[in-house]
Every structure is written in structure tokens, then in C-alpha cells.
Design a binder for this molecule. Structure first.
Ligand code: AR6
Length: 176
């Protein structure tokens, strides 16, 4: 069973998958954008688990990932990862964003997750240029799949805005 890459336009909180990914901040206490939408729709159980994780490890560093329940979401789990704030591109942003995708997928494998949906991490409030962010996301995911063949059934990229959707559509059509 080869891993499928899927492109979806819409709201990630509606995805019926094992896990959706949250573009969180290092406090893990919620925020705006997709983070706000996930906590609003999933309810307080998600924040309760985030607070427990904070109490154990003091939040989540940029590029790292943690897992909680999906609460009332259709998804069973939420994997929270913290993307880099764009600071011009010479502060390690590329590697940090790549770490988000790789560490999230590693955590997914550890939990037996076979269907997972990513938002366009860092491309909203954190201002990472969308075209570069899409390239990092797709390249990192493709490398992960190649290194872990047949472990994950479907990886969806969920684009909330038209611009990201168009960029992913174009970039996903290129051969590996
Ligand atoms: N479903 C899918 N994608 C969404 C949704 C949604 N419901 N809502 C927004 N997006 P952002 P960041 C897209 O700002 O840049 C928070 O306050 C949005 O169009 O959510 O990583 C956190 O707590 C954009 O393409 O995350 C952090 O403080 C993408 O999600 C900070 O924002 C990411 O935009 C993280 O900033």
C-alpha cells in the first residue's frame, strides 16, 4: 500500500482522519488561526491535555511536536507542532519548518496513525512565504514516505486559502 498524498481545500477541523495537525505556539495554550479553530471545535479536552504536557515538559519547542486527544473533533488525535516565525530566512526557518513535518510524522507512526492531515504550518500569523513553505512541506513529506514506505495510508495537505491551494496543486504535480 503506497502512501497517497491528497490535496484538500477547506477547514481542517472537518477532516475525518486519525490525526489532524495543529500549527500551535510553544505555550501550547491556544491562539488564533487554525489553532483557535481546532480548540473551538474540539472543546476543552484538548487544552486540558496541552496543560498536562506543559506541566511535564514546559511547552513545545519550535520544530517539535506533541500529541493530544481530538476531543469532539472527527479526528481521534491532534498533533500540535510549532512552526518557525519567518524572520527573513537566515534564522534556520527552513530546517525548523522541515522538522515540524518530520517530527509530526514520526509521532504519528509511534501512535499507529495511518491517515493524517496537515495545515500550511507557519504561513499565516508566522508569515513564512507560502511558496517556499509548500516546497519544504512537500519535500519533507516525500522524503519521510520514502524512508518509511507503506506505513501511512494517506497524508492530506489542507489549504484554507486559495493561494496555498494553487501553490500545492502546482508543486504536487511535479515528479519526485
Ligand atoms: N483549517 C485549515 N487551515 C487553516 C484554518 C482552518 N480552520 N484556519 C487557518 N488556516 P496560522 P501559523 C490556515 O496563522 O502561521 C496561532 O495564533 C491559514 O490560512 O493558523 O503557523 C498559533 O497559536 C494558514 O495558511 O498559523 C501561533 O501563535 C495556516 O493555516 C501562530 O498562530 C497557518 O496559519 C502560528 O502561526
Amino acid at each position: 500500500m503506497a502512501t497517497q498524498l491528497a490535496l484538500v481545500r477547506g477547514d481542517i477541523t472537518r477532516m475525518h482522519v486519525d490525526a489532524i495537525v495543529n500549527a500551535a505556539n510553544s505555550s501550547l495554550l491556544g491562539g488564533g488561526g487554525v489553532d483557535g479553530a481546532i480548540h473551538r471545535t474540539g472543546g476543552p479536552a484538548i487544552l486540558e491535555e496541552c496543560v498536562k504536557i506543559r506541566n511535564i515538559q514546559g511547552g513545545c519547542a519550535t520544530g517539535e511536536a506533541v500529541i493530544t486527544t481530538g476531543g469532539k473533533l472527527p479526528a481521534r488525535y491532534v498533533i500540535h507542532t510549532v512552526g518557525p516565525v519567518w524572520q527573513g530566512g537566515d534564522k534556520g526557518e527552513r530546517d525548523l519548518l522541515s522538522n515540524c513535518y518530520r517530527n509530526t510524522l514520526t509521532l504519528a507512526l509511534e501512535h499507529g496513525i495511518t491517515t493524517i492531515a496537515f495545515p500550511n504550518i507557519s504561513t499565516g500569523i508566522y508569515r513564512y512565504p507560502k511558496e517556499e513553505a509548500a516546497a519544504v512541506a512537500i519535500e519533507t513529506v516525500r522524503k519521510f514516505i520514502a524512508a518509511h514506505p507503506d506505513r501511512i495510508a494517506t497524508i492530506s495537505f489542507v489549504c484554507f486559502d486559495e493561494e496555498n491551494y494553487g501553490l500545492y496543486k502546482k508543486q504536487l504535480s511535479y515528479a519526485i
